[in-house]
Design a protein around this ligand. Structure first.
Ligand code: ADP
Ligand code: MG
Length: 307
């Protein structure tokens, strides 16, 4: 039996060392109504990281998360966990590694304590250990005083704290969170986001956090994946992604200035001459105010003196 957890939470071993690929998704397609609602060519999720998946409503975020939990069957593709492709017979083993938090808390009609204890009882953890771990997580999430309250008598914020406690108490190797803060009012949401950020630093869990809120994704994600129309259009460090969106759709989603297209007429000694012609019109050559989005590659932009 494992030793009693102490505050802060213990780090538990992972199937692969931190930083190595824990989940490897290849050619994953989910089809609904004859349409590819998800098509992920390649996605690697590394042990210990928080990958924030962000995209507008309908982008396929929940579908991706449920596919990672193997609660949605893909039409094609593979998901490998610690290098081993998951097959149908692995579902139970895989689900035992997971903590899953959904947008609206779905709690059992029993006490807060029993809700949080359910996953441990399912895993046949003994009563004394269950009590220690449940009480530890209730305390870390600031809901120890709600221990004996019926789950039906909680505010939405309290209920979502119970959902988080329930997911974390099993010390999952993989924590999957689908818009965990979206049903909360702004104040409650800010508090729980702060607490979550603090808690996840104390766990060894690999997290995939799905959200439509870019601010939340940038704040909580070690890496950011932008999902548009079922496809990951860019996936990297949040600061780099915001500074250099891969294309106009990603730029529009992250609210980067649209930039202006031009045609390079000449490039010499670090000086680039760009024709901005089509959007500015022939008479704007000397008066036009222009907005050019600079990326790391941009050195200097000038107007074609002959235009
Ligand atoms: P998100 O979580 O990003 O809002 P979802 O993954 O829930 O997006 O859904 C992605 C797309 O797939 C949406 O356009 C949705 O309408 C569609 N979809 C999801 N489930 C089904 C289904 N069972 N049948 C048909 N379309 C579905
Ligand atoms: Mg969703």
């Amino acid at each position: 039996m494992a030793a009693a957890p102490t505050l802060p939470p213990q780090r538990r071993g992972s199937s692969v060392p931190p930083g190595e690929v824990l989940l490897d998704v290849r050619g994953l397609v989910v089809e609904r109504g004859g349409r590819h609602i998800l098509a992920i060519d390649e996605l690697e999720i590394r042990a210990g990281e928080t990958l924030a998946v962000v995209g507008p409503n309908g982008a396929g975020k929940s579908t991706l998360l449920l596919a990672l939990a193997r609660l949605v069957r893909p039409t094609a593709g593979t998901i490998a966990f610690a290098g081993v492709p998951l097959g149908p017979s692995d579902d139970l083993v895989h689900r035992r590694r997971l903590g899953l938090v959904l947008p609206a808390p779905l709690l059992l009609s029993t006490s807060v304590f029993d809700n949080v204890a359910a996953g441990l009882r399912f895993r046949r953890v003994d009563a004394a250990e269950t009590r220690r771990r449940v009480d530890g997580w209730l305390e870390r999430l600031g809901i120890a005083h709600l221990r004996d309250r019926h789950a039906g008598q909680l505010s939405t914020g309290e209920a979502q704290r119970v959902s988080l406690a329930r997911a974390l108490v099993v010390e999952p190797e993989l924590l999957l969170l689908d818009e965990p803060f979206s049903s909360l009012d702004p104040g409650t949401r800010a508090e729980l986001t702060d607490d979550f950020e603090r808690l996840r630093r104390g766990t060894a869990a690999t997290c995939v956090l799905v959200t439509h809120d870019l601010h939340e994704a940038v704040r909580l994600g070690d890496r950011l994946a932008v999902l548009l129309d079922g496809r990951i259009r860019q996936c990297e460090d949040p600061a780099r992604l915001l500074a250099a969106p891969a294309d106009e759709d990603v730029a529009a989603f992250v609210g980067a200035p649209a930039g202006i297209r031009g045609r390079v007429l000449a490039a010499r000694d670090g000086l680039v001459v760009v024709d901005l012609g089509t959007r500015l019109g022939p008479d704007t050559a000397t008066r036009a105010e222009v907005l050019l989005r600079a990326t790391a590659e941009t050195r200097r932009v000038t107007r074609d003196p002959g235009a």
